[in-house]
Ligand binder design. Sequence first.
Ligand SMILES: Nc1ncnc2c1ncn2[C@@H]1O[C@H](COP(=O)(O)OP(=O)(O)O)[C@@H](O)[C@H]1O
Ligand SMILES: [Mg+2]
Length: 297
Amino acid sequence: MPDDHPDAGGVSPMYVVDEFPSQYYVPLATAGSGSYGVVYFSLRKEDYNAAVKAKAANTFENLRSKLVAVKVCPDMSLQSAEVKTLQVLRDSVDKDTERMFASLINSGHPWIATKAIAPSISLFRLVELQEPVARELVLHLLLEMTKACHFMYEVSKPRLAHRDLHLGNMLIDASYQTRSGFPGLVVIDFDQSETVDAIDAWKEYRVDAWALVSALLQIPYGIKPAEGWDAIYQTFFSATGPVSLRELSDTMQAMLTEALANVTPEKMRSILDPIKTAIEKNEADLRHSFREAGLME
Ligand SMILES: Nc1ncnc2c1ncn2[C@@H]1O[C@H](COP(=O)(O)OP(=O)(O)O)[C@@H](O)[C@H]1O
Ligand SMILES: [Mg+2]
């Protein structure tokens, strides 16, 4: 099952698991949970103590910038796979690619702290908001995923296989805007991942990428969508592969640029508004958590 931020109206009640590293972090709210872990928006103890003292002067942005996502994952083999991949990413990303992946801050037994992507929504939540998702936005998200896969499968040393690239493991990050005007995508959750010397990038990518398109367009996997997807559908399902993900990103970028040239400002607004509203709700929940913790007026 895809996972997501809990969204049961207002801030979800927080249940803190025993293994939470309370010697280092103070949990403020639940960020989400999946099949293997529970994730808490938290502050480092020192940051929390300083923030309590400076309450009147704290701003949302200031607190948000210090926010950490602490994932408690009792299965240590999954935890160590995730830590290993996050370390490879930390050592191999550059200034253009670092924004595309969760970034490791610290880890211990059995937890991992990454930089919080907040406010954000997962693609799982996006599908609930927009059915079906507009073609321009689908193209953008596919392009973002393709770039992330290009990095993991064709660039990083060693190569990384994600193996769990579903809607709940990709977050729309409100703090980064791409040059198309859409927010950036961040790949998270590396507990199924593997570091490998070589990988069949096309095989690894193709099924997940088309699954993404199908899920966003709300059509069954393998069914050809009505219109506007011929070129990409044929690329994914033609027998001629493998295709370089680098070249595919360039093709998709060109398709997106062309599609956006014909989009009116009103249409663009109608695509972005539901995302904006969901992000604002997410931000309001965070503000509420900061206030509840005595960190903000
Ligand atoms: N760095 C992060 N910033 C914001 N939210 C996060 C972060 N990491 C995880 N989450 C939230 O927690 C959920 C579960 O985390 P994930 O790593 O996918 O755990 P699992 O392995 O159990 O699926 C995610 O779907 C997301 O909503
Ligand atoms: Mg997950």
